[in-house]
Ligand binder design. Structure first.
Ligand code: SF4
Length: 391
């Protein structure tokens, strides 16, 4: 819920999420049906939408209880279902015929014929495969009914396999990527060993840190939104379901501004790249949009996300007349530190002048995760603002 609210606060027009079942992020903090109803009400009050993903791989047993589940999501106020499986689509159409259906990127729609097929089945939107070029997207746009909306991912983690076709995690860990439980073994470091010499490893790369031969860079299209609009994309999707609310806030805000600039004909603001970096990432790629990136799409020297800033707190109440602000701690910081305040309107610097508990007990540092504290600072803040500290 915190990430969903951050997405809405920081500029998203819609948020996609999953319930406790059938989504593609089994380990994400998915929504209960009650939370979905609250999320839908909150988003609708701000003229935004909630899309619920039902895009895992469905086996026969998974259909037990699906009808009741779809019905409860419909009652909660979802604005669309994101589906992959045709059987799930048929169930949604039967149980909630009034709710639009979006075809998940997991369905791998890579041509106009497939897109038309889904439209004829009743889909209002197709979330295109991430392996398409902009020229191919323009071709799909030109050869599909204009009522069919086309959506594409613009930012976030990429896979080394076609979306929805990766077996790596299932094979190596027993956790199925397509069942929503990916252990991300594509990010691990690999070496070659020879049969009979189990303790000897042959490095694959010349870099002393080893090599991450399967590790894709993250997608980042923030500089190229005009090209995506021109190709016919009407909805830009930011991947964020396993990310922190802080990441969601940073990236959403940057894309909101880049999109508003692109639509108004203003040039791209290069400062937004720095804002994206502050959220933390692997290296970036433009994916397949300008052709197959081949080795340029991989980060073979590091598997980890790198961050230049740490998320240290989220504001819970407006700054009082006395200058103190209630916040929830998310990372350690101390009196005397300089922080940045990320808000939907901009980024401001502040100095931490004092810290205390809500009862008034003075503190020098804020070391305990999730503790509610008050900070005395040079700036004014409002609920939902994020505090971050340079590493
Ligand atoms: S192992 Fe990597 S490539 Fe495969 S599904 Fe998981 S994240 Fe994607």
């Amino acid at each position: 819920m915190e990430s969903l609210v951050a997405a809405a606060d920081f500029g998203a027009d819609a948020v996609y999420a999953a319930g406790k079942a059938y989504g593609l992020r089994a380990f994400a903090d998915n929504l209960t049906t009650d939370e979905m109803a609250k999320a839908a009400a909150l988003l609708h009050s701000r003229n935004k939408r909630l899309y619920i993903a039902l895009n895992a791989v469905f086996h026969p047993a998974d259909f037990r209880g699906l009808e009741a589940y779809v019905s409860s999501i419909a009652e909660a106020g979802a604005d669309a279902f994101i589906v992959t499986d045709p059987g799930v689509m048929a169930t949604v159409k039967r149980i909630a015929p009034h709710i639009p259906i979006h075809i998940s990127t997991q369905a791998n729609t890579t041509n106009a014929q497939s897109a038309r097929f889904w439209h004829e089945q009743g889909a209002s939107r197709v979330i295109l495969a991430r392996e398409l070029s902009l020229a191919e997207i323009a071709d799909i746009r030109a050869n599909t009914p204009k009522e069919l909306e086309l959506e594409a991912f613009v930012h976030g983690a990429m896979c080394i396999a076609y979306s929805g076709r990766c077996l790596l995690s299932g094979v190596l860990t027993g956790r199925s990527g397509n069942g929503g439980a990916c252990a991300q073994p594509c990010r691990w470091e690999y070496r070659i060993s020879e049969k009979g010499y189990p303790d000897e490893y042959f490095p694959i790369s010349s870099d002393e840190r080893g090599t991450y031969v399967l590790n894709s860079k993250d997608l980042c299209m923030i500089e190229h939104l005009k090209d995506m609009i021109d190709a016919g994309i009407v909805s830009l999707k930011i991947e964020g379901r396993m990310k922190s609310a802080y990441y969601v806030a940073c990236v959403t805000r940057a894309y909101r501004r880049a999109l508003d600039d692109a639509l108004a004909g203003r040039p791209f603001d290069k400062n937004l790249l720095e804002e994206i970096d502050k959220a933390g990432s692997r290296a970036y790629t433009t994916g397949f949009f300008y052709g197959n990136p081949r080795e340029q799409g991989q980060d073979t020297v590091r598997g980890k996300v790198e961050r230049t800033y740490d998320f240290v707190g989220v504001v819970k109440a407006p700054t009082g007349e006395d200058g103190w602000t209630l916040f929830e701690q998310r990372g350690k910081f101390c009196v005397g530190d300089s922080l940045e305040v990320l808000s939907p309107d901009g980024v401001a610097e502040m100095k931490v002048v004092g810290l205390m508990t809500p009862d008034g007990e003075q503190r020098e540092c804020a070391p305990h995760p999730k503790e509610m504290l008050k900070v005395l600072s040079t700036g004014r803040m409002k609920p939902g603002d994020m505090l971050r500290k340079k590493r």
